[in-house]
Design a protein around this ligand. Structure first.
Ligand SMILES: *Cc1c(COP(=O)(O)O)cnc(C)c1O
Length: 447
């Protein structure tokens, strides 16, 4: 494994209260200019970022345990990405792949064919956002099967556009009053070991969903099942072993397209290139975004050639999809991930964090469960002795961690999950410091 070099000091250092005066000033301008519907997790404004730190406009150096929601896995200013972006920008920023195509789009498609699960013949289309990738995966599945129904799961998150709002499970804040939603979307029960009845296996949980699909929709009407192999916004829910393989086997048997939404789990995050690899499942189509391009907007669908090639020319695409600067960034990102062996780094981060957090859980009864895989780690908070969610405690912990200069995100259908998604290039000392702060925040808030 090559060593990682950093541009900014990898340390936590607070020089003002948070938010500092300059962030406060920007907050005032923001409220007068930016729509209230766009939220931010923390009220500090970024000036610089590198490795595991974000330096704010007041000069505070914060530890970043969110990576801009699992995006900057290789850091927010990786030198290879910065160079690839500036070189590409100096030549051409855009021609539109649908007008005058270019090689880097093809190279990204070749890389994705090699990296994604399965050794079947694959085709790729590039887009800009995760939601756009999901929409297009559904378009392909419907056209290729000639069927309409799409199955999504409890706690799912697939985006904020009209079709993806329909697929997303949580009403507030994602759906409330934004309807009507796209039709022919059906929701099925997930496998959520912490909240399922004791002893329900992954296979039984899958059978529960399959029975409902067959009774309520009919297998012959189902174009696709879409599922995050580990659910992200829904609470970092890791389904019981056997859940995914049982569903994929059923889908294959019934001619249903299995779409793995790996927008959050993909690109080394869980300790493999893709979370599907961990259970040796091979999706028919995989959606990717977030970690793919070192922070540049890029998303992709990669899937079986016979599905993707079923679509008529012109049926898929978009003005900016596979923008050449984003493609250059993706190629640099993939190279960096390989060179630094970031899947191994993700496993190392996961081992370090879960060992410490499980020891803490043994002492703090408000921690219902510590779970996750690789560098996708969740702490689910409950009222002691129950499984009743404690969203207020969760908010208080995130606020206390921020006070001490550590950015942590929350998630979950019940808003009661602290989620850790550090940049995979975070250095060990910095991670240790962040975990110490987080442990203190949890002890203090739960006391
Ligand atoms: C973030 C996310 C999306 C949506 O991606 P955007 O780029 O925000 O549109 C879709 N699916 C999953 C699993 C996600 O985590």
């Amino acid at each position: 494994m090559s060593t990682i070099s950093y541009r900014l000091p990898q340390k936590r250092a607070l020089v003002t209260e948070l938010p500092g005066p300059k962030s406060t000033e920007l907050g005032i301008r923001r409220r007068a200019a930016v729509a209230a519907g766009v939220g931010s997790s923390v009220p500090v404004y970024a000036a610089d970022a590198d490795g595991g730190v974000i330096v704010d406009v007041d000069g505070n150096s914060l530890i970043d345990l969110g990576a801009g929601i699992a995006v900057t896995s290789i850091g927010a200013s990786d030198p290879r990405v910065a160079q690839a972006v500036s070189e590409q920008a100096a030549h051409f920023t855009h021609t539109c792949f649908m007008v005058t195509p270019y090689e880097s789009y093809i190279r990204v498609a070749e890389e994705l064919a090699a990296l994604t699960p399965g050794d079947h013949e694959k085709r790729t289309v590039l887009f800009n956002s995760g939601a756009e990738a999901v929409e297009n995966a559904i378009k392909v599945a419907r056209l290729a099967t000639g069927r309409m129904a799409v199955v999504a799961f409890d706690h799912a998150y697939h985006g904020r556009t009209n079709l993806t709002m329909a697929l997303t499970a949580k009403s507030m804040p994602y759906k409330t009053n934004f309807g009507p939603f796209a039709p022919e979307v059906y929701r099925m029960p997930m496998s959520y070991p912490f909240r399922d009845e004791q002893g329900l296996t992954g296979e039984q949980a899958a059978r529960r969903a399959i029975t409902q699909i067959e009774k309520q929709i009919g297998a012959d009407s189902v174009a696709a099942i879409i599922l995050e192999p580990i659910q992200g916004e829904g609470g970092f829910i890791v389904p019981a072993p056997g859940f995914l393989p049982t569903l994929t086997a059923w889908a294959r048997e019934k001619g249903v397209v299995f779409i793995a939404d790996e927008v959050q789990t993909g690109f080394a995050r869980t300790g493999s290139w893709f979370a599907c690899d961990d259970e040796q499942i091979v999706p028919d189509i995989i959606t990717m975004a977030k970690g793919i391009a070192g922070g540049l907007p890029l998303s992709a669908i990669t899937g079986r050639a016979e599905l993707l090639d079923a679509v008529h020319p012109g049926g898929l695409g978009g003005t900016y999809g596979g923008n050449p600067i984003a493609c250059a960034a993706a190629l640099a990102t993939i190279e960096t991930m390989r060179e630094l062996d970031l899947p191994a780094r993700a496993r190392h981060i996961g081992d370090t964090a879960t060992t410490r957090l499980r020891a803490l859980a043994a002492q703090v009864p408000a921690i219902g469960e510590v779970r996750g895989r690789g560098a996708m780690i969740a702490i689910e908070l409950v009222r002691p002795g129950t499984t009743e969610p404690d969203a207020d405690l969760t908010k208080a912990i995130a606020a206390k961690a921020l006070e001490q200069g550590v950015i942590v995100l929350t998630c979950g259908t019940y808003g009661n999950v602290i989620r850790l998604l550090p940049p995979l290039v975070i250095d060990d000392d910095l991670l240790d410091d962040a975990l110490t702060v987080l442990e203190q925040a949890i002890r203090a808030a739960a006391a």
